[in-house]
Design a protein around this ligand. Structure first.
Ligand SMILES: Nc1ncnc2c1ncn2[C@@H]1O[C@H](COP(=O)(O)OP(=O)(O)O)[C@@H](O)[C@H]1O
Ligand SMILES: [Mg+2]
Length: 321
């Protein structure tokens, strides 16, 4: 478990983290989303001890992250693999030696039968067995990130930190890399922290997410709760507008989850209540393969109570706008 309590960090006069408190459970895929400059990379670097912070605390499995204790810090860093947007592969080394690099750093032999088996196993996991002797220049972006993932796993970490790992990749490749991360989380039980500015990333794989803005957490929870029914602040972050809603009558927003989204509630309501209304806005979204939706309808004032009673009877969450 990773626990951050009121973490504050400044670079000179610039306050970058203004009191961040989040808890990341073991085996979770946890998203940290925010626009460029929000402080996400700084936060990640504080978690793995690459960056110091002025106040608050960070613990990993109960152990505080303290930069001054180098010996402890190195052991902690061994527990954490990291991948980046630009892959950070060494161009003069082939795939095998790039993956083996952390072993070298720790003074381990990289050509023993055990090491070879380990590295070949990881290359199989990431789908690059046939590229074992290729140089980075011969690989596509997605393949380079796969090498970086294998390298991040070579010391058997408990935690994988991903800083904008898919931001340089096109949407199809992004989905493949995210599926691989999900597989690693599932099969190896590794906790994954995903830092990103891309909503799609959070929607596809994160079980929980923290929205960071100006160095503070403006919202935290399950992505489906935060994206489907966003608070004002999250809405502003998502820059989402529910279109131009009519200024006469009553606008009602309906929220559908996995169980309710199959039912034809809307047409049933029109028929059973004998009323008419317009549909003004709607969206359907996928969260880890679950569909969630939202719809805004415009009804006349006189039907308001009837409609709200009907919807609550059908367990549809709704809100008068
Ligand atoms: N080493 C540094 N020295 C001074 N300012 C920094 C340093 N690293 C980051 N910053 C500043 O901290 C803020 C947050 O940066 P960062 O954590 O990289 O944001 P994000 O990853 O969300 O884009 C930015 O304003 C950035 O310029
Ligand atoms: Mg960053």
């Amino acid at each position: 478990m990773i626990v951050l309590t009121d973490v504050k960090k400044s670079f000179g006069d610039l306050e970058v983290l203004k009191g961040i408190s989040i808890t990341i459970e073991d085996h979770q895929i946890y998203g940290i989303i925010g626009q460029s400059g929000a402080g996400k990379s700084t936060l990640l670097r504080c978690i793995n001890g690459l960056e110091s912070f002025q106040s608050g605390s960070i613990t990993v499995d109960g152990e505080p992250v303290v930069i001054s204790d180098q010996k402890k810090l190195h052991l902690l860093q061994k527990k954490m693999g990291m991948i980046f947007q630009n892959f950070n592969l060494l161009s003069r080394l082939d795939v095998y030696d790039n993956v083996a690099l952390p072993m070298k750093f720790w003074g381990m032999k990289t050509k023993t039968p055990e090491a070879k088996e380990k590295i070949k196993g990881l290359l199989k996991l990431v789908g690059l067995e046939d590229k074992i002797h290729a140089r980075p220049a011969e690989l596509s972006g997605g393949q380079k990130q796969r090498v970086a993932i294998a390298r991040a796993l070579v010391l058997d970490p408990e935690i994988l930190l991903c800083d904008e790992a898919t931001s340089a990749l096109d949407p199809g490749i992004t989905r493949e890399i995210l599926a691989l991360l999900q597989q690693i989380n599932n099969e190896m039980g590794i906790t994954i922290i995903v830092v990103t500015h891309q909503m799609e990333v959070v929607k596809q794989i994160c079980e929980r997410v923290a929205f960071i803005k100006g160095g503070t957490v403006i919202a935290e929870g399950k992505p489906e709760d935060l994206f489907v029914r966003p608070s004002k602040e999250v809405k502003a972050f998502l820059q989402e507008e529910s279109g131009h809603l009519p200024d006469t009558g009553v606008n009602v927003q309906l929220f559908f989850n996995n169980e309710s989204s199959d039912d034809p509630v809307i047409t049933m309501m029109a028929r059973e209540l004998g009323i008419d209304f317009s549909i003004c806005w709607g969206k359907l979204e996928d969260f880890r393969s679950n569909v969630f939706g939202s719809l805004v309808i415009n009804i006349s004032e006189k039907d308001k109570e009837k409609v709200l009673a009907y919807l609550s009877g059908k367990n549809v969450i709704c809100e008068v706008l």
